[in-house]
Design a protein around this ligand. Structure first.
Ligand SMILES: Nc1ncnc2c1ncn2[C@@H]1O[C@H](COP(=O)(O)OP(=O)(O)OP(=O)(O)O)[C@@H](O)[C@H]1O
Length: 657
């Protein structure tokens, strides 16, 4: 290995300060420094709450909710989001994979996206599977908490395989051995250590309680306590270092346990812990290094090729994961058929059944759209995988959104067909004449709800997102023009009648169904002047169809022609009428879809691409003291939580928060 090829990851004086009500600020990480070279593995250990995860978050530019200070460089170049996505990779503790893809498919997609198109992808994939000991489960689905798949250890190795296929220079691993038995943990660490050496890789990982064997596999270890360094250096020198400061490793004791016990201020004398930390702090910082070139960046894929690869993945998932669309297709079909059976009498096109035919349409509009709540959960789960993949530079968020959109459009039509065909047209005897238009209107309504579901899927808590979606759906049902006439709703609530989609879908579906047929029994209505004929008068109490009103048999006279029926219905349900508004209604639903999608795209992009900036030590201390002095300091930290990049830039430009 030449010096040119050698990479150095260095972090100096890293600090992380968060707001605290009592003392106003609390420093979680304090002056932590270290340096790791290509081929080396660094294990960061410390008692619970020592700051391991926070340090990892700061270094991977995810230090939200506080001020990150210090410097973090790869070959002397500051670690920025773009440098991270091109040269580094992060493997988080939770393995966010696509549950319905097999191991081989997961690795292959990573290879297709990371490696140049000319690469022999199959060869690389088989080699990686073999290296990681994953050949035995190559064709097994990854699985999740609901479906059986890979074991915890296999999932962890799969995460590593996907990360390493990128050929990064620096890999961050958050507790790669957590949840694994001692043998599996040792096997992963052995493999990592070998790979680091053979691939010139820098491995930075946090680790909870390593066995002596695993401890010794690290080239370097860092011991943290209360956010400060207690030791950083070669793992083999740790014992002699602690010996030199008066703490001897007792016989037959795991060195890692010994070190952790020494600095655990909850169970050990606090003065002793402080003394160990202060002793380390007196050591001089490592000398500065000059920047060296980074390895050449891999040529990025074009947007088109990323979309094509992601489209294929989505297409496969659609047919494997019933939660995405297929399950909903069946549910739509089943639920709507259930309502159609209940309203089976409305098959007859007679005066008495007009109202019930309208109610059946209303159930068709209302119930399936509520199942968009499933989409909130599906997209929320998907997002964690997408965020990880975008951060690691696998693809751009736009590629994912385009691929998702291309699949979504035809499936809205398929869902629409499933919802209305058997139930409405088969059991309910709806008029086939307007079938294509009705399917399109219904699909547009579903699409509007789907985009609202996507928007709410961006909430961090999926349950909150699902609850919010249901609130929107209930409001849409309330303001659909049946429960309460729009004109009776006071402002500003009347706005909901316009911006929620059910009103428009119901209006067009009723128009398309009723306008195309005639209804028997109207001839039985005689002109008796009986004003109790409720449905046959307009808003002003005038007869809509002169000469027709309720007869002695109290028949509800709605009219013979579809348009007459629609006007009769409209006398009571004001949003319905014989006026053809189908094009308008489709347009409004698409507008709602566009607004929902735009919100989703912006939020998704923001969540995927937002990174925190590590301020220089000077800027960080200015920012912290500006916060401490500011009476509204807490609010500014909150602002940083929401838009850390913006807040960090504000520090850059003005020297204060
Ligand atoms: N944004 C924050 N605001 C307030 N406190 C925080 C924040 N981030 C971390 N902390 C606190 O900092 C301390 C260190 O947390 P961290 O998760 O880094 O510890 P850890 O060493 O990874 O612990 P464990 O091994 O238990 O996961 C904890 O007391 C935690 O509550």
């Amino acid at each position: 290995m030449t010096d040119q090829e050698k990479s150095t990851f260095r972090f100096d004086s890293i600090s992380f300060t968060v707001p605290s009500k009592g003392s106003k600020t609390k420093t979680i990480i304090n002056d932590v420094s270290g340096q790791v070279e290509s081929g080396e593995t660094l294990g960061v250990l410390g008692p619970s709450g020592a700051g391991k995860t926070t340090l990892m978050n700061v270094l991977t530019l995810e230090g939200f909710g506080g001020i990150s200070g210090g410097s973090s460089t790869l070959n002397g170049h500051s670690l920025t989001p773009s440098l991270f996505s091109s040269h580094c990779v992060m493997v988080s503790q939770a393995d966010h994979h696509w549950a319905f893809l097999t191991t081989r498919e997961t690795v292959r997609i990573a290879a297709q996206l990371y490696l140049p198109p000319t690469t022999d992808v199959d060869g690389v994939v088989e080699e990686m599977l073999s290296d990681m000991g994953l050949l035995v489960c190559a064709d097994t689905r990854v699985g999740n908490q609901f479906i059986k798949g890979l074991s915890g250890g296999q999932k962890r190795r799969l995460s590593l395989a996907v990360a390493l296929i990128k050929k990064p220079e620096l890999i961050f691993l958050d507790e790669p051995t957590s949840g694994l038995d001692a043998a599996a943990a040792a096997s992963i660490m052995t493999w990592l250590s070998k790979t680091a050496k053979s691939s010139n890789l820098i491995v930075f990982c946090t680790i909870h309680q390593p066995s002596t064997k695993v401890f010794m596999m690290f080239d370097k270890v860092m011991l943290l306590s209360n956010g400060r360094t207690a030791y950083f250096g070669p793992s083999k020198d740790a014992e002699s270092y602690f010996n030199s400061i008066g703490h001897q490793l007792p016989p037959s004791t795991n060195i890692a346990d010994f070190m952790l016990d020494l600095v655990n201020s909850e169970f050990t004398d606090k003065d002793q812990v402080l003394s160990i930390l202060d002793t380390w702090a007196t050591r001089p910082p490592p000398p500065p290094t000059s920047p060296t070139p980074l390895s050449a960046e891999r040529a990025p894929h074009t947007l088109l090729s990323e979309v094509a690869i992601l489209f294929r993945r989505h297409f496969t998932l659609v047919f494997r994961d019933p939660m995405v669309y297929l399950g909903r297709c069946l549910m739509f079909c089943f639920i709507c058929s259930f309502f159609a059976v209940i309203y089976v009498k409305s098959r007859d096109r007679v005066q008495e059944q007009v109202l019930f035919r309208m109610f059946l349409i209303m159930w068709h509009v209302g119930v399936p759209t509520s199942l968009g709540v499933i989409a909130v959960y599906v997209y929320n789960t998907e997002f964690f995988s997408v965020k990880k993949e975008v951060k690691n530079g696998l693809y751009k968020p736009l590629s994912y959104m385009i691929a998702n959109f291309i699949i979504q459009v035809p499936f809205m039509v398929i869902l629409s067909i499933c919802a209305v065909t058997i139930s409405g047209y088969g059991i309910g005897n709806w008029s086939w004449e307007n079938y294509p238009q009705l399917v399109i209107v219904y699909a547009c309504g579903l699409f509007a709800f789907e985009s609202v579901a996507q928007l709410f899927s961006m909430q961090s808590d999926p349950l909150l997102g699902m609850l919010n979606f249901m609130n929107v759906w209930f409001s849409a049902f309330l303001f659909a023009g049946v429960m309460v006439p729009r004109s009776d709703v006071i402002w500003p609530f009347r706005l909901f009648c316009y911006i929620l989609p059910l009103n428009w879908v119901l209006r067009s579906m009723a128009y398309l169904e009723f306008s195309a047929a005639t209804y028997d029994g109207a001839e039985l209505c005689t002109d008796t002047g009986d004003q109790t004929c409720f449905f046959h008068v307009d808003g002003g109490g005038n007869q809509i169809i002169p000469g027709w009103t309720c007869g002695d048999n109290r028949l509800q006279c709605m009219g013979r022609e579809g348009t007459q029926v629609l006007d009769s219905l409209g006398a009571n349900y004001k949003s319905l009428s014989s006026e053809n508004n189908v094009v308008n209604d489709i347009f409004i639903c698409l507008l709602i879809t566009v607004v929902g999608k735009a919100g989703y795209i912006l939020l998704m992009r923001h969540k995927c691409l937002t990174a925190t900036k590590i301020l220089s030590a000077e800027e960080a201390s200015k920012a912290v003291s500006a916060y401490s002095k500011s009476s509204s300091g807490l609010g500014q930290f909150e602002e940083r939580k929401k838009s850390p990049q913006k807040a960090a830039n504000a520090v850059d430009e003005n020297g204060k928060l």
